[in-house]
Structure formats: structure tokens, C-alpha cells
Design a protein around this ligand. Structure first.
Ligand code: SIN
Length: 329
């Protein structure tokens, strides 16, 4: 019997359309529905039975906590069924790494969960969506894909959700794993794994979203020269933000005026995690900042640090426990 794969569509360029085969920008993302996406890749039905669901149909720059929660709940529900062997999610590439990491922390199953998308709209003469979807289904049915955490397949690369970063705005080869390396490679549906990542995921995290309707409000502040007024930090805090991720300079540095304002807000229970605006490498905190309660995001980029911090806040406000989450996941 063929494996049964659920394909959940959320929108993105893979479902994008423009009335001209040459143009690869300015198209409408999230225009085609799941049936059209599946009809474009009839080959996948030769090795899998497919069931399709439309979760949303958006440009992923409009991704929300609500859609991410609904998606995770739907996947958890599907994967409890014996007849579903794996899930593939089609997603816009702009925030794919955030949704992938969210699912990596909240899916409670060993079965494969793979995200894929496209850099070129479905109407382009060089559209990449169909081959990416074919590869994602081939990866989903591979025995070795179990218990690897959530994965992304783009441009023949197999990337861990923990490691994957969108590193090019337009190129077909838009994703890489700057800190860890990719998990493997997939060539015409043939899977080659060559790497593992030790960070815990899926069943080995404490995050249970099945009964959550919303997530704690966490925002990101970007660091730059002359950045010392603290206006944005104060405004966000007054607007209900529970925690901030700072995209610090270098190894996680912050203008001293800004840091003093953050410290004042932390005395009023704001949680602050420090990441970096640099793509590769670790953030290092001084002993003094650690003792004050700043959390070190280590090598998680700001947008993924926000995801972990939101989930952490569903469990605790204790900065030492949250720091431990950043070390573990
Ligand atoms: C989006 O993220 O929805 C648009 C861009 C893309 O999918 O490549």
C-alpha cells in the first residue's frame, strides 16, 4: 500500500500567479488553491496517496500567530491518525523559517513534517514549485525522515527547521543553514542525509499548544548606530509587549542608553533576550548582563528567538528556565 501524505497549503509564491512567463517579481502570492498545486505534480500520486487541505492562502509576510497555531493543531491532529504517514506544508518563503521552527517546537509526533515553497511563481518559465513539492513528498515518505524534527526542502537542499535561514531575497538557492550546515540533499526524489543536529525538537519539548487560542506578545527591536532613545522599547512595553528580542550588533551588543532603558523596563517585568543582526555565530553576554536577567539567544536569529520566547512564556517567566530553553531547543 502507498504511504498516505497530507499536504497542507498556506499560500506563498508556490501558489503565486502573474500573467507573464518572464516576470518573477510583482506577482500575487497565494493565488492558486491546493487542488491546482497538486494537479501540477501528478507524479507524486505514483508513490503516495495524497489528501490536501487549504489552511490559508496568503503572502507569508502576513503570517500570524493565529495561522501558525491552527496549522500546528491541524498537523498534531492528522498525525495521531494511523493512516497518515507524514505531512507536507506549502508555505511562502519569507517567513517559512519561523513557521518551520514553530512546528519544530510544537508538533508531538516522530512522523515527518516537511515545509516547501518556491522562489518563482507558478506562471514563470523557470518555476521551481513543482519540483520542490515533488522532492518534499519524496522526503516525507522516506523511512530515514522520521524523528528528524521538522525539515525544509528548497532547491534540492534538506534543511533542519532549527538551522534554516532565508539568505537570499530572490535567488532560487535562497535557503541555507549558516550555523549548522544542511541535513542533506535530495536529487530527483532520492534522499541523501549527511548531517544531524543535536537540538531537541517535537516530542522532546514541553510546549503544548493544542489548547492555546493565542500566544504571548513578543516583539523584535533592531540595533543601529545612534540607537539610544528607547522610544520604541517603551512604546512596545506600554502597548502590552511581554518580551523583546534585541537584534544586537556584533555578538549581541546594544547602545548603552538603550540598555539602560531596557534595564528599567526589566525591573517592571519585561523579559529581554539578546540575539544578533549578524547571520552567523554566537551571541555572548557578560556575567553582569546575565546576572541582571538578560537572556542569551545563542545562535538563534531574532525572528526564531521570538518564536521560542513566545512559547517559553506559555510555560514560565523565570529567565533562568527560559535561558535553559534557548540552550536546549
Ligand atoms: C511569500 O513569502 O509568501 C512570498 C515570497 C515567497 O513565497 O517566496
Amino acid at each position: 500500500m502507498k504511504p498516505k501524505i497530507a499536504i497542507l497549503a498556506t499560500g506563498g509564491t508556490i501558489a503565486g500567479v502573474i500573467d507573464d512567463a518572464i516576470t518573477t517579481t510583482g506577482y500575487k502570492a497565494g493565488a492558486l488553491n491546493i487542488e491546482v498545486l497538486l494537479d501540477a505534480v501528478p507524479q507524486i500520486k505514483e508513490f503516495a496517496t495524497i489528501v490536501g487541505y487549504q489552511i490559508s492562502n496568503i503572502d507569508s509576510s502576513n503570517m500570524s500567530n493565529e495561522i501558525q497555531l491552527n496549522l500546528a493543531k491541524k498537523i498534531n491532529k492528522l498525525l495521531t491518525k494511523d493512516e497518515i504517514d507524514a505531512v507536507v506544508v506549502t508555505h511562502g518563503t519569507d517567513t517559512m523559517e519561523e513557521t518551520a521552527y514553530f512546528l519544530n517546537l510544537t508538533i508531538k509526533s516522530d512522523k515527518p513534517v516537511i515545509l516547501t515553497g518556491a522562489m518563482r511563481p507558478s506562471t514563470a518559465m523557470s518555476a521551481d514549485g513543482s519540483k520542490n513539492l515533488y522532492n518534499a513528498v519524496a522526503l516525507a515518505i522516506n523511512e530515514k525522515s522520521k524523528n528528524k524534527g521538522v525539515m525544509i526542502v528548497m532547491n534540492d537542499r534538506i534543511l533542519s527547521a532549527r538551522a534554516a535561514v532565508k539568505t537570499h531575497t530572490l535567488n532560487l538557492d535562497a535557503f541555507s543553514s549558516p550555523n549548522f550546515g544542511d541535513l542533506g540533499y535530495i536529487l530527483d526524489g532520492k534522499v541523501y542525509f549527511y548531517n544531524t543536529i543535536e537540538k531537541l525538537h517535537t516530542k522532546n519539548t514541553p510546549f503544548d499548544i493544542d489548547h492555546l487560542e493565542d500566544l504571548p506578545k513578543v516583539d523584535i527591536l533592531y540595533t543601529y548606530s545612534n540607537d539610544g532613545s528607547g522610544v520604541a522599547a517603551k512604546a512596545l512595553f506600554e502597548n502590552g509587549t511581554q518580551a523583546l528580542v534585541i537584534a544586537g550588533s556584533g555578538s549581541g551588543n546594544i547602545h548603552e542608553n538603550q540598555k539602560n532603558i531596557l534595564k528599567e523596563l526589566m525591573k517592571k517585568n519585561l523579559i529581554v533576550a539578546i540575539s544578533s543582526r549578524i547571520q552567523v555565530g554566537e551571541v555572548i553576554l557578560s556575567k553582569e548582563d546575565e546576572d541582571f536577567g538578560f537572556i542569551c539567544a545563542q545562535n538563534l536569529n531574532p525572528q526564531k528567538a521570538r518564536i521560542l520566547l513566545m512559547l517559553a512564556l506559555t510555560k514560565t517567566k523565570n529567565s533562568k528556565i527560559i535561558q535553559n530553553f534557548f540552550q536546549t531547543y
